[in-house]
Design a protein around this ligand. Structure first.
Ligand SMILES: O=C(O)CCC(=O)C(=O)O
Length: 202
């Protein structure tokens, strides 16, 4: 865990935040590749699925949902996450979410049977506040563009994460207007569990 050994400790056990995980050239190139690819428009926000399709209604990865390997423009990041020791194997699934100002994602824990013990999300374009919650406890974390947030242990299994659907976020300097944020969330699919998956993904 080279890079992540120095990452600041947060209030949520198992949550790791690494600012400036990529530089702005890599960010622009990822956004260009993402915007050249087709979007799925069934949800309130646009998404793209790579590796395996996630079924939001069934809250599972159906056994026939394999889409093929991650695209070339995501593979280096997936290998880097594994090389840094965060994932036991390179992630084989990625969901891209686009959030326009006012859009968010409901608090949820990613499907536990479907996905492995580590979830990592890269922020592109704009920042947002992601709120981690466990019963009455809440921990808002600002995710800056080009940062990587990694959920492991309690943060992945016991705390929900969500992004309030609003146009601005509170911050140290007052309220900050949101811009367009695109995230790339990496996971490893538990292929052996695909028949029996069930979860509380939104
Ligand atoms: O936008 C993000 O960083 C997180 C996305 C997410 O929670 C999900 O796709 O389940």
């Amino acid at each position: 865990m080279d890079l992540f050994d120095d990452a600041p400790q947060l209030d949520v056990p198992g949550l790791i935040y690494q600012p400036d995980y990529i530089d702005s050239i890599a960010e622009t190139s990822l956004l260009t590749a993402i915007d050249a690819a087709p979007w799925i428009t069934d949800l309130k926000r646009r998404v793209q699925h790579y590796g395996w399709r996630y079924d939001y209604k069934a809250r599972s990865v159906p056994p026939d949902a394999y889409l093929g390997p991650l695209p070339d423009w995501l593979t280096p990041l997936a290998h880097r996450l594994a090389d840094e020791g965060l994932f036991g194997a390179p992630p084989d699934q990625a969901i891209i979410n686009e959030y326009l100002p006012g859009q968010g994602i409901a608090p949820h824990i990613d499907c536990e049977p479907c996905f492995g013990p580590v979830i990592a999300s890269l922020s592109l374009g704009g920042s947002c506040v992601m709120v981690f919650s466990r019963e009455e406890r809440k921990a808002p974390i600002t995710l800056a563009p080009r940062s990587m947030v990694v959920m492991t242990g309690e943060a992945r299994e016991l705390w929900k994460h969500g992004i309030p659907a609003r146009k601005s976020d509170p911050g140290p300097g007052g309220s900050a207007l949101r811009g367009r944020r695109v995230s790339v969330t990496f996971r490893v699919v538990n292929v052996r569990n695909l028949e029996t998956s069930n979860d509380n993904h939104p």
